[in-house]
Design a protein around this ligand. Structure first.
Ligand code: NAD
Length: 260
């Protein structure tokens, strides 16, 4: 049923966004990629997605700039025909205690991690309403429920994303458009690699020991959530079987949120 649907995935030049692109393309969706990175790497990803037999385009829009978000939405419609599936996945992360948090970094985090989702959603809805079909997935996090020191931007943004998700779901409840949020625990992407490297530097431990220590403080499963597992959940939410799931916040965190 996803064959021929068009999916715009923000922040899909790597990490979880790249996994969404790959998994949706496997189901026959055409893909608009977005995000930053080395041009040759992005082109490699674009051709790899296209090799699955779908169309795949790329928008370099900077999501901190609403005008560029507008361009990306129009470019998606021009390249693919519509935005049927929208995944708000892009993220920036900073790390400071609140009293030292640079105001410019706060503004950037709110723009990319919160306002961009508002803009993409408001621009995608008119077309989805016309077709009476749409799937909006917003990336929350374990930090949509749990705070963490030195991450006020991320924790605030991930809580806000849940507010966006629930409000949009209510406004669209009597249409064929759903809006949900995924709340992953720890998925190993570039960000996680940095956390592991910091732990190794701090403790002088091996990579395996650093991961064990970090996992013990987080996920009861003691393993990373796999990229493919998060992507498979998104594919399910895009299916007809998930038509009544809307306004939901779905944890995929190896038991992290269940622990006290
Ligand atoms: P990542 O850091 O690997 O990728 C982030 C993407 O956002 C990149 O493609 C980057 O280029 C893009 N981006 C950053 N600023 C941008 C801007 N101004 N305009 C356009 N694109 C921009 O991220 P990830 O770890 O794959 O996480 C993806 C999503 O999943 C995020 O919303 C994150 O909060 C959420 N999440 C991740 C984890 C995890 O453990 N990795 C856990 C919970 C939630």
């Amino acid at each position: 049923m996803l064959e021929g649907k068009n999916a715009l995935i923000t922040g899909s030049t790597g990490g979880i966004g790249g996994a969404f692109a790959s998994a949706l393309a496997d189901k026959g969706c055409n893909i608009m990629l977005n995000g930053f990175g080395a041009p040759q790497e992005i082109e490699k990803l674009r051709t790899a997605v296209e090799a699955k037999g779908v169309r795949c385009a790329y928008s370099p829009a900077d999501l901190a700039k609403p005008a560029e978000i507008g361009q990306m939405m129009r470019a998606t419609e021009a390249a693919l025909g519509s935005v049927d599936i929208l995944i708000n996945n892009a993220v920036v992360r900073y790390l400071h205690p609140v009293e030292e948090f640079p105001a410019a970094e706060w503004d950037q985090a709110m723009a990319v991690n919160v306002s961009a989702a508002f803009h993409t959603i408001r621009l995608a809805i008119p077309g989805m309403r016309k077709r009476n079909w749409g799937r909006i997935i917003n990336m929350g996090s374990i930090h949509s429920m749990r705070a963490r020191e030195n991450r006020i931007d991320y924790v605030t943004a991930k809580h806000a994303v849940i507010g966006i998700t629930k409000t949009v779901a209510l406004e669209l409840a009597q249409t064929g458009i759903t809006c949900n949020a995924l709340q992953p625990g720890w998925v190993l992407t570039q960000h996680g690699e940095r956390i592991i490297a910091d732990q190794m530097a701090r403790s002088g431990s091996s990579r395996e020991d650093a991961i064990r220590t970090l996992q013990e403080a987080r996920q009861p499963s003691r393993r990373f959530v796999a990229l493919e597992e998060v992507a498979a959940l998104a594919v399910f939410l895009c299916s007809d079987a998930a038509a009544s799931i809307t306004g939901a916040t779905i944890s995929i965190d190896g038991g992290w949120s269940a622990a006290s």
